[in-house]
Design a protein around this ligand. Structure first.
Ligand code: AMP
Length: 146
């Protein structure tokens, strides 16, 4: 999918917001939702989405929704830092399939990074789909700082 297209009401993140598929929630307010990535690139890899915007990518995003999402990114990144003590935190956001986007509901990645660990993104994360109980335990650790 390119930068142009129509918002798909059945995309995975829309289904999460509708409660039709589960997610490991970290934080939620009236406008935004943060959860752990199911195929993490790093320990604590999180995603933040708008609950109301139908933007597929950054170029379509309302300024208000963008500000709300980024405020939650900062809040959750701060909690991840406190919980996991990473050496750095990468914030990433992809627009269009050629740029690496696979789900067309705008989302911002929060990636805690540690010295010496591999950098970059790999297909399906490191180790594929994470164990749900482990993700839940990690979410509890992070949520304790929110
Ligand atoms: P992107 O490549 O920027 O579109 O990122 C999409 C991200 O969503 C990837 O890192 C996937 O691992 C992640 N993902 C896919 N399905 C789910 C899901 N059901 N719950 C949480 N994260 C997911």
């Amino acid at each position: 999918m390119s930068l142009d297209g129509t918002y798909d009401e059945a995309n995975i993140f829309a289904l999460i917001l509708q409660g039709k598929i589960p997610a490991t929630k970290l934080y939620e307010d009236d406008d935004t939702f943060a959860f752990l990535d199911i195929m993490p690139q790093t320990r604590g890899h999180a995603l933040v989405i708008s609950k109301w915007s139908k933007a597929r990518n950054l170029l379509e995003m309302e300024d208000e929704a963008l500000a709300q999402v980024m405020a939650t990114v900062k809040k959750v990144a701060t909690a991840i830092r406190e919980a996991l003590n990473p050496d750095g935190i990468q914030i990433a956001q992809f627009n269009g399939a050629p740029a690496g986007q696979t789900i067309f509901h705008l989302h911002v990645h929060i990636l805690p990074r540690w010295e010496g660990d591999p950098k970059g993104f790999v297909a399906h994360g490191h180790g594929g789909q994470a164990d749900v109980a482990q993700l839940q335990a990690l979410a509890d650790e992070i949520r304790a700082h929110l």
